[in-house]
Design a protein around this ligand. Structure first.
Ligand SMILES: [Zn+2]
Length: 52
């Protein structure tokens, strides 16, 4: 996966800064034919986010 040179990202659920050089839970969502990848600091945040 490429992040266009970015070394950090933010958790889509809580906004926590995460280091993308390490593995983190992600979730892909397709809207109008465009796929976006969301990153999360933990499984808990991903579950919380997808549960909404
Ligand atoms: Zn989080």
């Amino acid at each position: 996966m490429h992040y266009r040179g970015r070394q950090i990202d933010h958790c889509a659920s809580c906004g926590e800064i995460i280091d993308v050089s390490e593995w983190h839970p992600t979730k892909a969502r397709t809207t109008d034919g465009e796929t976006e990848i969301y990153s999360f600091c933990s499984e808990r945040c991903r579950n919380q986010w997808t549960g909404r």
